[in-house]
Write a protein that binds this ligand. Sequence first.
Ligand SMILES: Cc1cc2nc3c(=O)[nH]c(=O)nc-3n(C[C@H](O)[C@H](O)[C@H](O)COP(=O)(O)O)c2cc1C
Length: 357
Amino acid sequence: MEAWQKIVVYYFSGTGNSENVARWMADIAKVKGMEVSLINIGKTVRREIEPPEPDALMAFVSPIHGFNYPPVMLNFLFHFPKGQNKVLLLNTRAGMLIGNWITPGLTGIAFYFSALILKLKGYSIRSMFPVDMPSNWISVHPGLNERTVKYLHERNQEKVYRFAEKVLSGGSDFRGLYEIIQDVLISPISLGYYFVGRFFFAKTYYASADCNNCDLCIKACPVKAIKKVDNRPYWTFSCESCMHCMSNCPKRAIETGHGYVFVIVLLSSLAFSGLFYHYFKLLFFDIENTLLGFTLESAIFVGILAISYRLLHYFLRFKIVERIVVYTSLTKYKFWGRRYKALKKFQENFGFNPDKH
Ligand SMILES: Cc1cc2nc3c(=O)[nH]c(=O)nc-3n(C[C@H](O)[C@H](O)[C@H](O)COP(=O)(O)O)c2cc1C
């Protein structure tokens, strides 16, 4: 088995889980005396990617978004120069805790799709390794408690250290493939999510009156998706819902507008359930339950969402509207809205000695 001298770890991270995993890989590489480069692709110009040195091992670490790597990561891989290096693929995904059992997240097509892209560029894959870090998606579920977050960090740090020990000494580890059946079954949803993530979730975030216009969310957004409209942060369709803004807002002013979204979805479905197809049939022909009908309905829904989001943005300046929207946002409440950020102390080998793993 060949032992490696150099490793380049490319990572994308919204709330720090993937960054932690990238750093844990780097810990072991350093202990082994390897030359290590850690590259945050959220801060990289994707059209100017330096090709890796031919003798370096490469690793890619990214969260799973909607059963795939997020578009920013896929985009990076698409622009990645050709080469023949060996590659480790890792992901971090939604882990939760039942007793002391870590429930696994779902990788979907992330490994297969990225392996295909890299393979076509000449690279060869040495590992596919999922890591079940705490789920950060508080737009759709209540924030995890401290015990869960700490426990998952501890267990996963050990797990990644063991993995790193093995693959940096020349081994391979394809445990991601054990889940191939569920990954294949879920693959249609991952394609659907590509659009839902971009055209729906992007328009569910807003800044409440607690926002003091510090612009941190705008400056720190890894995909530059937030802009200033009428002196307030405004989320564009480029948003990938990575949760970086919500997790890092010092005023805790960024919320997911559950109530607002509920009303828009309800009104749209009422319109689509009867009126739309009825009048379309009267004017043209029957498209109910056809692919054309579905496509048209989706496109119109995105239009409605874009317009209503712009209106919401305007009306949020009125206190009464702002309060109604805030108090119908689940993220506002204690039982749900605990913001998630990966534990930084685990970036300093807290409680662990990499030599021992
Ligand atoms: C928009 C979004 C979609 C997600 N989709 C999935 C998913 O399909 N499967 C999964 O296991 N976890 C999913 N998660 C959870 C994250 O992948 C997980 O918490 C990850 O560790 C976050 O990494 P980060 O802190 O590096 O951004 C999702 C999270 C978000 C914000």
